[in-house]
Design a protein around this ligand. Structure first.
Ligand code: B12
Length: 289
């Protein structure tokens, strides 16, 4: 599978064509080609053998001037941003229900996450005050709860138990909430204990629940050592617990755990640059056989 990875350097987005392969049940990413600035990216830049529907959709979305779906996305995103600022959960829920052509994972990946990233950029550049940023993130959490309530008819299908957490010190938990919402929709039983608890308490809880999978989502670079400590704590209790780590911080993690003897690397999967959509689609690869 190939996908396009974006790296943001000094407010410019640069693209890489990346190939994902599975070796011993673990994903490995290799860069196939550097594609340059995203704003100038064209289909001709992609080697023919790598052009998939996903790549086409991606290009349509980044090619703002010529593409209608992208304009539609941007309009909707602006609408969502304004409703988040107003903390209008009722209108946000109705807006979600009214978008017939988007499934839930699309709604989160194409609407909610880009809006949150925009909010972060505005905050970082001093164009959005902290209070409004808090209102928007709280409204997002409430919207996700409202969407979940709408789906309470979905019974747990005994597909497996999943614990969702962030490491000690990490308050960013919307990633966990989104994952929880999507996994619940697919019939998994979710135990979301995010955000931030003492790592020891997280490990004790996991030992008690004995989930089929523990998902750690982490964002802050400063939390990388906390994640290592958390994985250590979990492994101290039982080396056979399966753990997946994802989120923007996870790129820093791989070399910290690969040679760590206290960690069972066979059952600890660090998903660097893996989207929520891709993970959800491939979740069975991480669960017990
Ligand atoms: C909302 C928000 C907050 C809220 C969080 C509320 C909550 N309940 O989560 C509050 C206000 C509390 C907050 C606080 C802070 N924040 Co803040 N925050 C954000 C914001 C705007 C959105 C985060 C978010 O929810 N994104 C949505 C998630 C789903 O997207 P994502 O994290 O990019 O995840 C993607 C992937 O990583 C992946 N993913 C995530 N988890 C997983 C798991 C698996 C298994 C897989 C496969 C994939 C996956 O899926 C997503 C889509 O691809 C971001 C902006 C941004 N760029 O994200 C800043 C941001 C993350 N915050 C930042 C900072 C600096 C802070 C503070 C330090 C600010 C401060 N000085 O107080 C504190 C730290 C608090 C703490 N100890 O954790 C920086 C982080 C810089 C860094 N990487 O180190 C950012 C990037 C803002 C910025 N542009 O500078 N924040």
């Amino acid at each position: 599978m190939v996908y396009i990875r974006i790296k943001r350097i000094k407010n410019h987005d640069y693209a890489y064509l990346v190939k994902n392969t599975w070796i011993n049940k673990k994903p490995k990413q290799t860069i196939v080609k550097y594609l340059g600035n995203v704003s100038r990216l064209k289909i001709e830049d992609i080697p023919e053998e790598y052009i998939t529907d996903q790549i086409r959709t991606f290009l349509q979305r980044v090619n703002r001037n010529t593409n209608e779906p992208e304009i539609y996305d941007i309009k909707l995103q602006d609408n969502i941003f304004n409703l988040l600022k107003d903390h209008d959960i009722s209108k946000l829920t109705k807006l979600y229900q009214s978008i017939g052509d988007l499934d839930l994972v699309d709604f989160y990946e194409r609407m909610i996450i880009p809006v949150l990233h925009k909010i972060g950029d505005l905050w970082e550049n001093g164009k959005l005050d902290v209070a409004t940023e808090h209102v928007c993130s709280n409204a997002t959490s409430n919207l996700i709860s409202s969407i979940n309530l709408d789906k309470t008819y979905i019974q747990s299908k005994n597909k497996g138990k999943i614990v969702l957490c962030t490491p000690e010190g990490e308050l960013h938990n919307i990633g966990c909430e989104i994952l929880g919402s999507l996994l619940m929709e697919r019939g998994y039983k979710i135990f979301d204990i995010s955000p931030s608890m003492p790592n020891q308490s997280i490990a004790e809880y996991i030992h008690e629940i004995k989930p089929d999978l523990t998902i750690i989502s982490f964002t802050l670079k400063e939390c990388v050592n906390s994640v290592v400590r958390l994985i250590n704590e979990i492994n101290q209790k039982d080396k056979n617990f399966r753990i997946v780590v994802g989120g923007t911080g996870s790129s820093l993690l791989k070399n910290k755990i690969t040679n760590n003897r206290n960690i069972n690397n066979r059952y600890t999967f660090v998903l660097e640059d893996v989207t929520i959509r891709y993970f959800i689609k491939n979740i069975k690869k991480f669960l017990k056989d």
